[in-house]
Design a protein around this ligand. Sequence first.
Ligand code: ATP
Ligand code: MG
Length: 418
Amino acid sequence: MTTLQPVRGTHDLLPSEQRKHFLILETARSQAASYGFMEISTPILEFKEVFKRTLGDVSDIVTKEMYEIADRGDEEIVLRPEGTAGIARAVISNGLTQSMPLKFFYTGPMFRYERPQKGRMRQLHQIGVEMFGVADPVADVEVISLAYEILVALKMGHRVTLEINSLGDDESRQNFRTHLVTYLKDHHQHLSPDSQQRFDRNPLRILDTKDEGDKKILNGAPLLEDCLNAYSKETFLKVQEGLKDLKIPFKINPHLVRGLDYYSHVAFEFTTTDLGTQGTVLAGGRYDGLMSTMGGPAIPGVGWAGGIDRLAMMLTNEVCPPLKRPLAVIPMDEAFDMKGLEFAQLLRKAGHYVEMTYGAGLGKRLKKASKINARYAMILGEEEVSSQKVTVKDLDTGDQIQLSRQDVIVFLKEKGVS
Ligand code: ATP
Ligand code: MG
């Protein structure tokens, strides 16, 4: 029955998968905190306008990928497809534009109506950062280095390539646009229908095409880098110098453009060959035009978003260690279950990971304890309950010893069990 399946493009994160997501999130969160990026959380529901204006009317996300909600009123509401526009909206809504710079870290689910495949889902999960209020390219270097440090902490530093490019400022892009349009005019009838539509509305978008035919045509197109003005060239060089100073390896990719309208100057992507076609794990850039497009003051910004789902696919056991072994509390008879639970609480308060066992009979409960790979069994029978003691059984050696409750804590400490 279809209703018992998850919605196409969505996944249940079962505990083993959820644990990977959590690990990535905790690593990113603590690195971000060490850079002074404070966590922010904005709603999953936003007005459509928030994305329509900022991502661009002809971006893939706005034209094809956005989930619109059947709101009961007349409002056009969507499930957020990405984080940046909502955060920029929050900065304006909350009147935070006076206190620059602002540095945010965020995480959460995003929704895009895409064709599901490996590494591409309709509910995806991202981590990301935004820095508002600093136009200097040093800020670009700082946010890229934060991304890099997170990947290094996840032991992926050597498995990703940082690719960078400059989209230049408005003047440079206008200049490039003229050259590009002149070139593409001659190839117009061979472009994909999507790109033909972009040609009329926003030709720069064509550079972000995924169509092979378009890509061939683009091979002969003029390059953005040849159209950069002096300021754009200088900023791009500063970013490169900064990355070199911090010893962050990178490659210039003159074909790299980002899918969204709000980018300017430096755009970057961390890619991997480990995941097949969906090889971009983290991507971002500078978006100096975003705030003003939204109707706020002209505040520059730079940031990135990383795909947790794709990062989780790359995570190795080295970073995701096996769970620590529990202690199993085993009342010999159901009559002692509550005594067992009380003792379990005592052990938990002392910092231990404790599993209570349930069901009939000592034998069955002991079997359960070894099935969950418990380190020690804490057995409570009639004798133990009346003498306030516990039988501690080493489940690796089979040795057992009777101890008072307090001595159990000391015993575990001596054995190095935490
Ligand atoms: P792509 O070119 O793969 O469609 P994008 O440019 O749309 O990526 P961004 O909007 O920059 O992606 O999102 C940042 C990151 O989020 C991507 O690098 C990727 O790791 C992840 N991501 C984006 N879309 C998806 C998706 N549908 N499923 C899983 N992860 C995704
Ligand atoms: Mg996409």
